[in-house]
Design a protein around this ligand. Structure first.
Ligand SMILES: C[S@@+](CC[C@H](N)C(=O)[O-])C[C@H]1O[C@@H](n2cnc3c(N)ncnc32)[C@H](O)[C@@H]1O
Ligand SMILES: Nc1nc2[nH]cc(C(=O)O)c2c(=O)[nH]1
Ligand code: SF4
Ligand SMILES: [Mg+2]
Length: 219
């Protein structure tokens, strides 16, 4: 059984695949925060910008089988066009994504992307793996396509990951305020963008990525 908060067709806003059309499948639940505002300050991950509680979002629901979920996601891709791409996110998708669901996505002709905090082992068969470490949570994934570190995090600064996580791309993503409506002025994000920019200028193995979807006002 799979619990999905919401699913929507949009452009990937972050990282090396930014600008690419994708169906986002946002799984419910996370292992680093229970999603309740009153518990945010005490969570391992306390800057999350996402509501992943329950199954009540757009196209959300409970799916009994991998095939049922893959068919539901497939219906959100424009029929007959391009290479279907699904990005599994959350919440923490690796609490639920298994080899059966990856196989069902592949059978539906999807390429499978994953956005994870890296604290849980990844099943085989993922086509694009993005790891985004959080605070002092132990990362168990040591190889990925992209490492996308939200910056700054005092307990997870970039130096900690060089030589520890092998990636083809190393990105810094400026930390945004957790609960501002999209496109609202975000002075915290502005200041973090300057800090991330300065870090990339001083450490050119890191690249800057921005949350493009928030800038242009899409999901
Ligand atoms: C909501 S998370 C879900 C996937 C997974 N749990 C993770 O943390 O990677 C999706 C992406 O948003 C990023 N993110 C979450 N809150 C953010 C914030 N306040 N500012 C910038 N990026 C944020 C995460 O680091 C991750 O790359
Ligand atoms: N457009 C868009 N791109 C994204 N990249 C990562 C996202 C996420 O929340 O995992 C996200 C998202 O929510 N929307
Ligand atoms: S950013 Fe990811 S790890 Fe952190 S609380 Fe949100 S869903 Fe969980
Ligand atoms: Mg997001």
């Amino acid at each position: 059984m799979y619990r999905v908060k919401e699913a929507f067709y949009t452009l990937q806003g972050e990282g090396a695949q930014a600008g690419r059309a994708a169906v986002f499948c946002r799984f419910s639940k996370c292992n680093l925060w229970n999603g309740r505002e009153r518990d945010r300050a005490n969570a391992v991950c306390n800057f999350c910008d996402t509501d992943f509680v329950g199954t009540d979002g757009q196209n959300g629901g409970v799916f009994e089988t991998a095939e049922a979920l893959a068919a539901h996601i497939r219906a959100l891709w424009p029929e007959g066009l391009g290479k279907p791409y699904v990005v599994c996110t959350g919440g923490e998708p690796l609490l639920q994504l298994d080899t059966e669901l990856i196989a069902a996505f592949h059978d539906a002709n999807f390429e499978v992307g994953v956005e994870t905090n890296g604290t849980l082992p990844a099943p085989e068969g993922i086509d694009w793996l993005c790891v985004s470490p959080k605070a002092d949570a132990e990362v168990v994934i040591t190889r990925c396509d992209e490492l996308k570190l939200v910056y700054p995090q005092p307990l997870a600064m970039p130096e900690r990951f060089i030589g520890v996580i092998q990636a083809n791309h190393y990105f810094l993503s400026p930390m945004a305020s957790p609960s501002l409506p999209e496109q609202a002025a975000d002075p915290v994000k502005q200041s973090n963008t300057r800090k991330a920019t300065d870090y990339c200028l001083a450490n050119p193995q890191w690249r800057l990525t921005l949350q493009m979807h928030k800038i242009i006002g899409i999901d």
